[in-house]
Design a protein around this ligand. Structure first.
Ligand code: BGC
Length: 436
C-alpha cells in the first residue's frame, strides 16, 4: 500500500481553474477543469491516442508525446487562465508509483499493457516536468495522483463525503482514507502525529494497489485458467488479483475456459474459431453482450438463445450450423461464472475496506460508507453492482451492507486530478509536507 500524501478531502466549495492530465486508461486525456465551488465543475477535454509503439518504447518518447499533447491542447483549445498565471496541473498516472511527496514518485512497475523502457525507478513528475520544460510550456505539475485517489476526491467534491475510491475498469485498484497514526511505514513520531492533529492533517488517503494482492499466490483460489492468462501476459506473476477481476483480463479468462471445453469435446462439437484462438480474442465487452439476456426484462431476455447465437457468430466467427442451443446457453453461463467470480473478488476488497475503517463495528451504527466507483465494469457490465452487493451480504451481513453506498463517480481521473492540484495549493498554505 502506498501513501498518497493527500491530506485534504474536498467538501464541494473548492474553486479555481486547473489542468488535468490522465494517463493509464484507454486514452491519454488533457483537460481543463474549472471548479465552480458548488460541488459542480465544467471541463474541456481532448483525447489523444497512445500508440502501441509508444506503450513499449523509450519512456522519454512517451513523455515528449504527453507534453506535445498538452501543448496542442493549450494552443488549439486554449485556456481560461490569465496570461501571467502559471497553470497548475494534476497528473493522474494510474500505475503503481512509490509516492514520496504529493508531486513526486517513482514508478514501481508498469501494468495494463504498458512496458516502456528506462522508466522503472524514475520520478514520473520529473519526467513530465522535464518534457514540459523542453517545450517551454508554462505549466507546473503540482500533484501526482492515482486514478483511485482522484475518484475518491471527485466523489467527495460532489457529495461532501467519500471513504473509498475504486476502479473496476481495464485494471482494478482502490484508495481509502486512513488515520495517519495507522500509516506506520511513514515512521511518524508521537510529536509528528500530535502536530498533524493540531493542523487538522491527521489522516491520509492510501493507494492500496489492491490489484497486486496475493502475487505470492498464497490466498486466492487460482485455477489453471488463471495460470494460463498470467503466463502469457506482459507481466507474469504480477497483478494477480487484478487478473481475476478487471476488464483487461476477464474476457481472456473466459476465452481460456471456453477453449478448454472445446478441447474436451463438450462445446461447439470440438471446433474453435480464429477469434477464439487468438490471444485476447474475446474482449470483455463481449461478455456483456453474452450475458445481456440474463438481465431481467431486457429486450435480449425475450429470446436468449437467438441473441447469444448472433453474438457467437458475428463477434467470434462461429458457423451458425455448428452451434447448438445448448452451446449458446453454456457459453453465456461460462461468461457469467467468470464475471460473477470477478465481482465477488471485487466485493472482498470493498468488505476489507469497510472492516479496516471500522465500518462493521457496533459503534459505527448508522454510519454510511460511500464508495465512489468508476470503470467500464461498474458502468457497463450487467448486474455488476448487484453481484458485488450479494457477496457483501455474505461477507458483512445485511445490516452493514445496507450502509455501504456504491455511487458511480465518473471521471475521477479528470476532475480528481484538478482537485488534487487544488489540494496541493491548500496544503502548502496549511504547511503540510507536499514535498515542494
Ligand atoms: C494500476 C493502478 C490503477 C488501476 C486502475 C492498475 O493496473 O496498478 O495504479 O489504479 O490499474 O486504473
Amino acid at each position: 500500500m502506498i501513501p498518497s500524501y493527500l491530506q485534504q478531502i474536498p467538501h464541494g466549495k473548492e474553486k479555481g481553474t486547473f489542468l488535468a492530465l490522465d494517463l493509464g486508461g484507454t486514452n491519454l486525456r488533457v483537460c481543463e477543469v474549472e471548479l465552480l465551488g458548488n460541488s459542480k465543475w465544467t471541463m474541456r477535454q481532448q483525447k489523444y491516442k497512445v500508440s502501441e509503439a509508444l506503450k513499449v518504447g523509450e519512456v522519454t518518447d512517451l513523455f515528449d508525446y504527453i507534453a506535445g499533447s498538452v501543448d496542442h491542447f493549450l494552443t488549439e483549445i486554449g485556456t481560461n487562465a490569465t496570461e501571467d498565471e502559471k497553470l497548475h496541473l494534476g497528473f493522474t498516472f494510474s500505475f503503481p508509483v512509490l509516492q514520496t511527496a504529493l508531486a513526486a514518485g517513482t514508478l514501481i512497475n508498469w501494468t495494463k499493457g504498458f512496458e516502456c523502457k528506462n522508466a522503472i525507478g524514475k520520478d514520473v513528475v520529473q519526467l513530465l516536468q522535464d518534457a514540459l520544460d523542453r517545450k517551454h510550456i508554462h505549466v507546473r505539475c503540482s500533484a501526482l495522483v492515482n486514478d483511485t485517489c482522484g475518484t475518491l476526491m471527485a466523489a467527495a467534491y460532489e457529495r461532501g463525503d467519500c471513504l473509498c475510491g475504486g476502479i473496476f475498469g481495464t485494471g482494478t485498484n482502490g484508495a481509502y482514507v486512513e488515520d495517519l497514526a495507522k500509516l506506520t511505514k511513514m515512521g511518524y513520531s508521537k510529536e509528528d502525529l500530535e502536530q498533524s492533529k493540531a493542523q487538522g492533517l491527521d489522516f491520509m488517503v492510501v493507494n492500496t494497489e489492491w490489484g497486486a494482492f496475493d502475487n505470492e499466490r498464497k490466498v486466492l483460489p487460482f485455477t489453471v485458467f488463471d495460470s494460463r492468462v498470467d503466463r502469457i501476459s506482459i507481466n507474469p506473476r504480477k497483478q494477480a488479483y487484478e487478473k481475476m477481476i478487471s476488464g483487461m483480463y476477464l474476457g481472456e479468462v473466459t476465452r481460456n475456459v471456453l477453449l478448454h471445453l472445446v478441447d474436451s469435446q463438450v462445446l461447439f462439437s470440438g471446433y474453435s474459431t480464429k477469434a477464439l484462438n487468438a490471444h485476447y480474442g474475446l474482449d470483455t465487452a463481449l461478455m456483456s453482450a453474452l450475458e445481456a439476456p440474463f438481465v431481467p426484462n431486457s429486450t435480449e431476455s425475450a429470446d436468449p438463445v437467438k441473441h447469444i447465437r448472433s453474438v457467437l457468430t458475428s463477434s467470434l466467427g462461429f458457423d451458425d450450423a455448428r452451434v447448438t442451443d445448448a452451446d449458446c446457453i453454456a457459453a453465456a453461463r461460462v461468461s457469467e461464472i467468470v464475471g460473477t467470480r470477478g465481482a465477488r473478488f471485487a466485493a472482498c476488497a470493498v468488505a476489507a475496506t469497510v472492516r479496516q475503517t471500522g465500518g462493521d463495528q457496533a459503534d459505527a451504527d448508522g454510519r454510511e460508507m460511500v464508495f465512489g466507483l468508476d470503470g467500464s465494469l461498474v458502468e457497463f457490465y450487467p448486474r455488476f453492482e448487484q453481484r458485488v452487493r450479494d457477496a457483501l451480504v455474505e461477507l458483512l451481513g445485511e445490516d452493514v451492507t445496507k450502509r455501504v453506498k456504491i455511487v458511480l463517480a465518473k471521471d475521477g481521473s479528470g476532475v480528481g486530478a484538478a482537485l488534487c492540484a487544488q489540494a496541493a495549493q491548500a496544503m502548502e498554505t496549511k504547511g503540510a509536507s507536499t514535498g515542494k
